[in-house]
Ligand binder design. Structure first.
Ligand code: ADP
Length: 285
């Protein structure tokens, strides 16, 4: 992968910051994350992309205090989260985990979405109204009285999204939100990202889905083997497949086309099969 580390700059105080964070799982002989420094501001959206094993889910668990760094610090509005409990962090940092089966537990879809609201002391009439609106937003109203365990995996994922957006945390962290979602539901989730950002929140999403990242986020961080390889504005990332070299991510059509034009321009016309192979090798590694 092309080495490019140009921290994305934005002039606003940081709401969440990872300061030289490393993490090694107990018993493991290598770090899942090595010296990761990232800053997130309010009213911003960041997609963190990377292949399996890159460290994305580990990053999520560090952001909400489920894991504590082996070294380095995670700061929430400048305060070291080591001083805060997971419960305290949960109100500010809402996390949608990768596997919804690890998150859902209630007897009904409605209770699942109401849980955090009740826990955080929202008034009862507001709970009902917020729950209905979150369920409608995620296309789950008709399942309100069903068991969450009866839903399909894509619906379960949307249920966990509803359970978190319903209390409007300052920082919304998604782990692979588009897995199991069709185009329409991806657009709904993308709309939620845009709406949160417009209302001043910070959204961070781990994703394999490059199109989702390009369509709904303003900044892209490429993570691989536990390290930040690139940190750029989405327009810079969107056309330049070289940032993905060796990452095993699927390039977008725009990246493919740009690479095609570059080759035709500089090296003359190739036989189509050889050209496609050459491009795939350059972008996918
Ligand atoms: P990603 O979410 O990008 O797929 P992960 O954060 O799940 O990556 O994993 C990063 C690295 O940490 C991988 O090498 C993975 O095998 C390792 N890892 C993840 N969870 C554990 C665990 N509970 N115990 C030991 N190693 C783990």
């Amino acid at each position: 992968m092309r080495s490019c580390y140009r921290p994305f700059k934005k002039r606003r105080s940081n709401v969440l910051e990872l300061e030289a964070v490393s993490y090694r799982y107990p018993g493991s002989d290598r770090e899942a994350l090595s010296n990761v420094s990232l800053k997130f501001t309010p009213k911003s959206s960041t997609a963190i992309v990377g292949p399996n094993g890159a460290g994305k889910s580990t990053l999520v668990r560090l952001m909400n205090g489920l894991l504590r760094p082996s070294s380095g610090r995670v700061l929430l509005c400048g305060v070291d989260t080591a001083k805060k409990s997971v419960a305290e962090l949960a109100r500010r940092v809402g996390v949608v985990f990768q596997n919804p089966n690890h998150q859902i537990f209630a007897g009904s879809v409605r209770e699942e979405v109401a849980f955090a609201l009740k826990n955080f002391g929202f008034p009862e009439d507001e709970v009902g109204c917020r729950v209905s609106s979150a369920l409608e937003r995620l296309g789950l109203s008709r399942y309100a009285d069903s068991s969450p365990f009866m839903l399909s995996s894509g619906e379960k994922k949307r249920l966990t999204i509803a359970s978190v957006i319903v209390y409007e945390p300052d920082i919304l962290v998604f782990d692979e939100p588009t897995v199991g979602q069709d185009y329409r539901n991806k657009a709904i989730i993308g709309g939620i990202v845009s709406e949160f950002v417009s209302s001043g929140k910070c959204v961070v999403s781990m994703t394999h889905d490059i199109d989702f990242a390009l369509n709904y986020f303003e900044r892209v961080v490429v993570l691989s083997e536990g390290m930040v390889r690139a940190d750029l504005g989405v327009s810079e990332f969107g056309l330049d497949g070289s940032f993905m070299h060796g990452s095993r991510l699927v390039p977008t059509e725009a990246m493919f086309l740009k690479e095609l034009m570059r080759i035709v321009e500089f090296k003359g016309v190739y036989e189509p099969g050889a050209l496609a192979e050459h491009i795939a090798r350059r972008i996918c590694g």
